[in-house]
Write a protein that binds this ligand. Structure first.
Ligand SMILES: Cc1cc2nc3c(=O)[nH]c(=O)nc-3n(C[C@H](O)[C@H](O)[C@H](O)COP(=O)(O)OP(=O)(O)OC[C@H]3O[C@@H](n4cnc5c(N)ncnc54)[C@H](O)[C@@H]3O)c2cc1C
Length: 473
């Protein structure tokens, strides 16, 4: 029986194990599957904690319904009843300008307005800023095919104010990245399609909105699980036969064993704390790309070199709970993002117990602040007291909070957010070319073709298709 070893039990590794097991259970080739995780828990960046009636997410707090793969997986796992959408009473997000939270105008779709009146009335932009954004309607489309950063693209089409006041903070809230180095092609390719297809971004988005206006989606854009994102991890674990998962089993080295040319290579994995090695016919590296690079150093130097050029940044989430009566702000939205030019320590905050039901007991509020990212990473390594003081200073001033928090939790994520910088697609092609020389080696996870939970699930499913093809040869 062929043995497939998956290294790393974040959502990417777990989903890979799930789809492989599913294939064997459905009558596909019988395989021996092993999932090795260096830490003491499953889920990687997914972590839910419950305390004093609060449900706190340390890592991701939701996934996108428009990208259907994670939702499909939840349904397959029997979690359909657990899936919940965002609160429809307060469908808005704010942006900090000065000391005030300004609503993102209705109809604004990430970068550009699609409804005229709310945009014209908005207090978020200056008059010249609005006029510059309007120029997008008449500016020609880009001719050259030189790769552009997200920052350069937004400045060219919509102007500096649009970049600084809306695009940068919204994108930082998703990728924790720097728009000046982020590849537009690898992060938001649909904006390139919109410009090429419609010339104007505003016009293109308006057309798209009109085209889909008749659809009544079953779910809101952001969805989560009633009892927290870790429910997905637990459900995946339950589908795997006992013995597949090994915790505290860090892989520290890999060798390639070349057999007869007709047989193809096998791989030998060295495990932390033991002299015993494990052999595999195929290995899936579902580890962060820098960890993957370390493991491949000795057997695939060129791939390792490419992997080390994918930068990562660190972030932290700080969950804070308060009595509702102690907060002056109406909390009539999902939260807010903070432009870098506001020079605050937090880059975004979610009103967790307003956004999703079941996050806090009656009369209490759970807030979640997000710090760090490409331009403010050093905050993540501050001591707890210092970090809490900075975060509380910001949130308590912005939301007019008068009392001490009932509960506070810090979750630090060192080098957990891969950055798709300029040249990312080119890097991926070189990695693909390199992998062709090492049959049986597969890479998956957030470092490559999408950082969201749903992207990771999708990538894992595609990786399993490639593995099954390889095995059947
Ligand atoms: C704070 C934060 C908030 C986020 N919010 C959202 C959100 O709201 N929605 C969304 O869709 N996405 C969100 N994301 C992104 C998403 O959560 C991640 O991209 C995704 O979970 C990454 O999954 P992964 O399996 O690729 O990697 P990871 O979760 O990093 O898992 C990799 C695993 O590999 C293990 N490992 C590493 N080296 C070895 C080794 N040598 N041997 C064995 N095991 C090893 C690690 O211990 C880890 O468990 C967020 C991410 C963070 C950090």
């Amino acid at each position: 029986m062929k043995r497939i070893v998956i290294i790393g039990a974040g959502i990417a590794g777990l989903s890979t194990a799930y789809y492989l097991s599913k294939s064997t259970q459905q009558g596909g080739q019988q395989l021996e599957i092993a999932l090795l995780e260096k830490g003491g828990r499953l889920g990687g960046s997914i972590l839910t904690e419950q305390a004093d009636g609060f449900l706190m997410e340390g890592g991701p707090d939701c996934f996108i319904s428009e990208k259907p793969w994670a939702l499909k997986l939840c349904e397959e796992l029997g979690l359909a009843q657990e899936v919940i959408g965002t609160n429809q009473q307060v469908r808005r997000t704010f942006i900090l300008r000065g000391r005030r939270l300004h609503e993102i105008p209705e109809g604004f779709m990430l970068l550009a307005p699609t409804s005229l009146w709310p945009f014209v009335k908005s207090s978020l932009f200056s008059l010249p800023g609005k006029a510059r954004m309007g120029l997008d309607l008449i500016l020609p489309r880009k001719k050259s095919d030189v790769e552009e950063s997200l920052g350069a693209f937004v400045r060219r089409r919509l102007g500096r104010e649009a970049l600084e006041r809306i695009a940068e903070p919204l994108v930082a809230g998703i990728h924790a990245g720097d728009p000046e180095t982020m590849s537009l092609q690898s992060t938001f390719p649909r904006f390139i399609d919109l410009e090429q297809g419609h010339r104007s971004l505003i016009w293109g988005m308006y057309q798209r909105k009109k085209q889909f206006a008749h659809l009544r989606p079953r779910y809101t854009m952001f969805i989560t699980l009633r009892h927290g994102m870790e429910g997905l991890v637990t459900a995946l674990k339950k589908t795997l036969s006992p013995g597949i998962i090994s915790l505290e089993q860090g892989v520290v080295g890999m060798e390639k064993i070349t057999g007869k040319p007709s047989q193809g290579p096998r791989y030998r994995l060295r495990l932390r704390g033991t002299k015993k090695a494990m052999e595999a016919d195929a290995v899936v590296l579902a580890t962060p790309s820098f960890a993957t690079a370390d493991l491949l150093q000795g057997i695939a130097g060129e791939i390792a070199r490419q992997l080390t050029t994918i930068p990562y940044c660190s972030t932290a989430t700080i969950n804070l709970a308060y009595e509702r009566s102690q907060i002056g702000h109406p909390l009539d939205g999902y939260g807010f993002v903070v432009p870098r030019l506001e020079k605050r320590s937090i880059m975004a905050a979610t009103f967790s117990s307003v956004k999703f039901t079941g996050r806090a007991p009656q009369g209490k509020v759970l807030l979640r602040c997000f710090v760090g990212g490409a331009k403010n990473e050093e905050l993540v390594s501050w001591g707890d007291d210092e970090l809490l003081a900075a975060v509380r200073g910001d949130i308590e001033e912005i939301l007019e909070i008068k009392d001490e928090p009932l509960l506070q939790r810090i979750y630090r994520w060192h080098k957990a957010m891969p950055q798709y910088t300029l040249g990312h697609d080119e890097r991926l092609s070189r990695i693909e070319q390199g992998l062709a020389k090492h049959p049986g080696l597969f890479l998956t996870g957030s470092a490559y073709r999408g950082i969201g939970i749903s992207d990771c699930v999708h990538e894992a499913e595609l990786t399993v298709q490639k593995i099954l093809q390889f095995i059947s040869k």
